[in-house]
Design a protein. Structure first.
Ligand code: ATP
Ligand code: PRP
Ligand code: MG
Length: 283
């Protein structure tokens, strides 16, 4: 039985649960217990505050964990990164009052910086040769310059709207972060075998993300040109239609290039284009 530590509530929770669900790991969510066993896969899920996840995995209390890269770097616990999960993307940045001119990193010399990430900040300042005072607070970091608690801040930025509403500007991006699957370094062979199956499932879910299954009716005399614009996995499936001179073309498209390709297909006379989501994809 593998034990995976996940965030009990917060920014990582929903996408973590969605990833487990799409990997067909069934959890009884009716009772709000801290430890829940899957009914169809040898895994149990331990719900924690994200701060506690790196240590729980490093010490082997849990075998795996899903945690933000920022939190993992901050805690400096000895666990390994197994897979980058691509959600909860954000960055850790230095920000300062927006009306003051920023001449470069030297501005921070002798200043007081408020943050919830003192370890990452201290490492960055040391590497950059800047001496600044670090003031640790656990939340509402962005208000600290406005109330005279600090000169600047070091915190999570995503859209930047929290900075704007506190009259701050982002001046240095120190690290980028996303959710990580981390693992204990001394897993038994039995546990490694379960992890392999879990990764196989997660990879199938991740590969299918951003991909669409596309079906269309195509005039036979334009078939070669239509196939030429389709990037498909191997080559598209082509099936005859009852109506003379037409066929049905099936393929998989990357969502990012979708509109560009569909435009070209319509230009070549494709009709009745259907677009379906793909649940899993094994290459
Ligand atoms: N605005 C955001 N956009 C994208 N990702 C974010 C954002 N804020 C936080 N994250 C990511 O999600 C993680 C969890 O954020 P959350 O705010 O839920 O943490 P928390 O308040 O420390 O939760 P906990 O109660 O578990 O300690 C962060 O460590 C970061 O990796
Ligand atoms: O750049 P933005 O899109 O504004 O996001 C950044 C903000 O998001 C997070 O806070 P959250 O919204 O989770 O609130 P909290 O700090 O009160 O938990 C983070 O601590 C920042 O304050
Ligand atoms: Mg936390």
């Amino acid at each position: 039985m593998l034990r995976i530590a996940v965030q009990a509530k917060g920014r990582l929770f929903e996408e973590t649960m969605a990833l487990l669900e799409e990997s067909d790991i069934k959890l009884s969510t009716t009772k709000r217990t801290l430890l829940v066993q899957s009914s169809n896969f040898p895994i149990e899920v331990l719900f924690l505050r994200d701060d506690d996840i790196p240590q729980t995995v490093a010490t082997g209390v849990a075998d795996l964990g899903i945690v933000g890269e920022n939190e993992f770097m901050e805690k400096e616990e000895d666990a390994e990164i197994i897979k980058r999960l691509g959600f909860s993307k954000c960055r850790l940045s230095l920000a300062m009052p927006k009306d003051i001119e920023y001449p470069g990193l030297s501005w921070f010399e002798g200043k007081k910086i408020a943050t919830s990430y003192p370890v990452i900040l201290r490492n960055f300042l040391k590497k950059s040769g800047v001496n600044a005072e670090i003031h640790v607070i656990t939340g509402s970091v962005e208000v600290s310059p406005g109330i005279g608690l600090a000169d600047a801040i070091f915190d999570i930025v995503s859209s930047g709207s929290t900075l704007v509403s506190n009259r701050l500007k982002e001046v240095e991006v120190v690290m980028k972060s996303e959710a990580l699957l981390i693992g204990n370094k001394n897993m038994s062979d039995e546990k490694k075998a379960v992890l392999k199956e879990l990764l196989f499932r997660m990879n199938a879910v991740k590969t299918a993300e951003d991909k669409k299954y596309v079906l269309m009716n195509a005039p036979k005399d334009k078939l070669e040109e239509i196939i030429a614009v389709l990037p498909g996995m191997k080559s598209p499936t082509v099936m005859p239609l009852a109506q003379e001179g037409w066929c049905s073309v099936h393929t998989v498209l990357d969502e990012k290039r979708f509109w560009e390709i569909i435009g070209k297909l319509k230009g070549l006379g494709a009709e009745g284009i259907l677009v379906l989501p793909i649940e899993k994809m094994i290459l």
